[in-house]
Every structure is written in C-alpha cells, then in structure tokens.
Design a protein around this ligand. Structure first.
Ligand SMILES: [Zn+2]
Length: 263
C-alpha cells in the first residue's frame, strides 16, 4: 500500500537569471513526493530502481504544475540534442516515452524541455526575446563531448538568433569541493583545451577536484555566449542534500528535474 496523499507540499524553485517574462522554469526538489528511503521523496527517474508506480505518481504531481507533460529524455551522456519542433525527432520517442538524447530545444509554446540530474549540470538556454528554450544535461562526458556547443549550433542554425542574445543558466550541480576525479579526467580535459587546467585543483592523494560549472561557463563563452548573459546557481547538490539528490553522496538515489518552456 502506498499513500494516496502527499504529506508535504512540493517545493519547486525557478532559475535565477534575467530571461524574458515568457520564459518559464520549474526545478523540482526532493520535497513533496511519494518516494521513500534514499529516493525520498520526489524522485522522477524510472531507471534508478525506485518503485515505478510511485515514480509515475511523482511525475503526475509535476505535470500538474506544468502546461503539458515534460519531454523526458533517455539521457546517455551523449552530445545529442533533439529539436522538439521536429516531428521526425519525435518519431524516435521510444515505447516508454523517452528519446535517446541529453538536450532538447523548442520554439513552440508550452512544450516542456526537461532534464534530470543528481550532480550533473542542468543547463537552460533562451534568448533576450524569448524565441526558444533549451534544457541540457551535462556531466563530465557531456562537457567533454561538447554538448553545449552542439546544442547552441543547432539552435542558431534553426533560429538565426545572434549568439550575443543567448542567455544561459547553469543550474545546481555538485560543487568543486565535493567532486573528486582521477588523473585520467584531468588529462582528457587539458588535452581538449589547456585552459581547462584552471578548473582542476590538485589533491594530496594524486586526485583532483573538478569544477564542472566552471568548464561549462568557459565552453559557453568559447561558443560566443556573453559572460554577462551567463548565470550560475549558488547551490550544490551534495551540500544541499535536503533539497537535491546527489549521486556522490548516495549512489542509490533519485533524480530531480529541471523544466523550461515558453508561455
Ligand atoms: Zn558541495
């Protein structure tokens, strides 16, 4: 038997950035769902071995606060971005309602671009006129495979928007202090771009702490997004574990969602 009512009202937050008024965001937290234990309480992911019926109930709560059902991606740490305006792309929707990709974008009102994370970066994009929205999931693999650049290039090709008008929000992910990585990752990123060295701090145990948000911010800048148009969450999934799921804190855990749409 599962509860039929939630005990606590869901706590949702919005991106703190200077997007136009017709751009809406909703970021879920752990608060206000039906999941229990490590998944408590608002897990939205089916793939983490939580009770599937409970996850479905959590997703239904979320949908009540959105203008439509979110387009859930089957996230594979790729650099694939899907255009949700394109019915060909949507033809790749699998039986479970998922698309294999790590980013989506749209110019159509009330189409909800969504990513799920628990330490990886959720990134939102729009422009100063609110003509499109995008959501990106980027862990180190996505950053290494340049999902940010790929997504922006697809959007610019489609919309002809000037890159100087793009606005980005780098959402809550794991902070540098809590993200320990090995030497191989340092080697990979510095081989990709020597400037990445600044985002790795040496530790006495020959490991490094990696600043994922810093890498993302630099990649946005290198793609042409103005620093003044890039906004960063001040929170950390590991530090703020009352609100967010953190895979590094508990390897068995849930996922929270970052949703963006045009009104
Ligand atoms: Zn932290």
């Amino acid at each position: 038997m599962t509860n039929t009512t939630t005990l606590t009202k869901p706590v949702f937050i919005t991106a703190d950035w200077n997007a136009p008024k017709n751009v809406k965001t909703l970021i879920t937290t752990r608060v206000g769902g039906f999941s229990t234990g490590n998944y408590g309480t608002f897990n939205l992911a089916f793939h983490v071995e939580d009770n599937l019926e409970i996850v479905e109930k959590n997703r239904q709560i979320l949908s009540q606060h959105l203008p439509g059902n979110p387009y859930w991606l089957n996230q594979i740490h790729s650099n694939i971005a899907v255009d949700l305006d394109d019915s060909q792309s949507l033809a790749h929707v699998t039986v479970s309602g998922n698309i294999n990709a790590d980013a989506s974008f749209t110019t159509i009102k009330n189409t909800v671009c969504t990513v799920m994370t628990a330490d990886c970066l959720p990134i939102f994009l729009t422009d100063t006129s609110g003509r499109f929205v995008a959501a990106i999931h980027a862990g180190w693999k996505g950053l290494y495979n340049e999902i940010i650049k790929n997504t922006i290039e697809l959007i610019l090709n489609k919309t002809k928007i000037d890159i100087k008008n793009i606005i980005a929000y780098i959402g809550t992910a794991i902070c540098q202090k809590h993200y320990e990585v090995n030497h191989e990752l340092f080697d990979k990123f510095t081989a990709l771009n020597k400037d990445n060295e600044q985002f790795f701090s040496h530790k006495p145990n020959h490991k490094f702490n990696c600043n994922l948000a810093g890498i993302a911010q630099m990649q946005l800048k290198n793609t042409g997004v103005l620093n003044t148009n890039t906004f960063l969450s001040k929170q950390c999934t590991f530090c703020d574990s009352e609100l967010f799921y953190s895979y590094r804190k508990q390897s068995i855990t849930g996922r929270f969602a970052s949703c963006i749409w045009l009104e």
